[in-house]
Design a protein around this ligand. Structure first.
Ligand SMILES: Cc1cc2nc3c(=O)[nH]c(=O)nc-3n(C[C@H](O)[C@H](O)[C@H](O)COP(=O)(O)OP(=O)(O)OC[C@H]3O[C@@H](n4cnc5c(N)ncnc54)[C@H](O)[C@@H]3O)c2cc1C
Length: 416
């Protein structure tokens, strides 16, 4: 069933009796060509591009909970491609280009809104760093705009430009960045993948791998054993837990990240703004709530909720640049499990076990990567070669010392 304006009108006039479920409820078959573990954004996008780009037919996505219940439905919805390093920027720019055509491709309204992102600058050294980053973005075909304090003041008059401690000295803007309704991305990919024949199986937890003579033959689940020619792990924050069942220890730690939504307000924020002297970022949803977040909680955890010190830190960051937020009431907050890698960049690679593949280490930036991650992982699964845009995202970079460390903070996952 295609969605369209005409369809909405027709259904409105006929009592909404013609809508079909967005995807089928299916029981798992005994065997598949591809089993993708994890029905988050990345797993569903991988299944979709495997079917669409490579004509693969016999694919299952196994999700232990429900589609959209993981980080894909918990993030602060920001998309951008403002990276510095060659290993990252072409990948994230490819992702942003895929976002730009995604709604037409999936025939699904994911509320993609390129309202722009502005990273504030508070010191001369930071301006130098952002100038370099902007140039790297432009060299890779992305857009970047170094804004002056005056231009920022005109566009965002509510910002505390003359804060005595953190004066705003300019900013790096990417006008093609923005926000996307996060869970709609999961639903859109699920529906599109299902329409190409992918089986999406919810409440199906993978509890183990069947590995014989160095080859993965299938997965054990709470719904029985499922054979597979290729098994693809794509479980984000649960990566270490899942891969430990295949006796693998990953260069990844799991940390909590919180998100916050305020009461609904009239439109006050025309885009995404990030504070450069602390950890605070904010945008306004189409319903009017301010959607914001900050730093990791700073300890290893698989809990999907955080603690008060970070709430305080986030509020301090907010007040430093947006004093007008002082009277806004908080409506909701939650946490998600972040798969923090040692250099802050992801992994899309084969493992040493034949037919077992891995996608993870997205840290807190994996939402914007969803389309490109699915695109490149599908390429790896179908061809057994890394996609050009993901060729640096290999496990062996940790062994060979070819880190992709955007922040230059070393192998301390909680600092990336
Ligand atoms: C608070 C917060 C804010 C964020 N903000 C941003 C942002 O603004 N921009 C951005 O780019 N990124 C952001 N992120 C990061 C982004 O959300 C993640 O990197 C990304 O969603 C991870 O990929 P995913 O969607 O596939 O993960 P998930 O949605 O977590 O999917 C993984 C799925 O695997 C399932 N699973 C786990 N174990 C098993 C098993 N054994 N068997 C079967 N299924 C299993 C889980 O139930 C889950 O549904 C944020 C994250 C959080 C928590």
């Amino acid at each position: 069933m295609r969605y369209s304006g005409l369809r909405v009108i027709k259904e409105a006039l006929t009592g909404h009796k013609g809508w079909k479920p967005a995807w089928r409820e299916v029981a798992p078959k005994r065997a598949y060509d591809y089993v993708i573990i994890g029905g988050g954004g990345h797993g569903l996008a991988t299944a979709y591009y495997l079917a669409r780009n490579y004509g693969a037919k016999n694919i299952a996505v196994l999700e232990k909970g429900w589609v959209g219940g993981g980080n894909v439905g918990r993030n602060t919805t920001i998309i951008r491609s403002n990276y510095l390093l060659d290993g990252n920027e072409p990948f994230y720019e490819h992702s942003l280009k895929l976002w730009e055509g995604l709604e037409q491709d999936l025939n699904y309204n994911a509320m993609i809104s390129q309202r722009g992102i502005l990273n504030l600058v508070h010191s001369d050294a930071q301006r130098d760093a952002f100038t370099r980053r902007g140039n790297a973005m432009i060299l890779n075909g992305a857009d970047a705009d170094l804004m002056t304090t005056e231009a920022i003041q005109t566009r965002y008059p509510f910002l505390n430009v003359n804060n005595a401690r953190f004066p705003i000295k300019g900013g790096l803007a990417q006008h093609r960045g923005g926000t996307v309704r996060h869970d709609a991305v999961a639903w859109g990919y699920a529906r599109a993948a299902d329409s190409l024949g992918v089986d999406i199986i919810q409440n199906c937890e993978v509890t183990g791998f069947r590995i014989e003579a160095g080859k993965c033959l299938g997965v054990e689940t709470n719904q029985g054993y499922i054979r597979a020619n290729k098994v693809a792990s794509c479980v984000a924050g649960s990566s270490s837990r899942l891969m430990s069942k295949a006796d693998m220890r990953l260069p990844i730690e799991s940390h909590v990240l919180q998100a916050f939504v305020s009461e609904g307000l009239k439109p006050i924020l025309p885009g995404v703004i990030t504070f450069g002297a602390g950890h605070f970022y904010c945008s306004q949803s189409d319903k009017g709530g301010l959607v914001f977040g900050g730093d990791l909680d700073g300890y290893n955890s698989y809990a999907q909720r955080g603690n008060l010190p970070v709430v305080e830190d986030v509020c301090e960051g907010a007040m430093a640049i947006f004093p007008m937020l002082g009277r806004v009431r908080l409506l909701r907050m939650w946490g998600g499990i972040m798969d923090m890698s040692m250099d802050g960049s992801p992994i899309i690679d084969r493992t040493h076990v034949e037919s077992l593949y891995f996608n993870g280490g997205w840290c807190y930036g994996g939402f914007k990567a969803t389309p490109a991650s699915g695109w490149c992982y599908a390429h790896l699964l179908a061809t057994d070669t890394p996609h050009e845009y993901a060729k640096e995202y290999r496990f062996d970079r940790f062994e060979k010392g070819r880190m992709i460390d955007e922040k230059g903070v070393g192998n301390n996952p909680q600092l990336h």
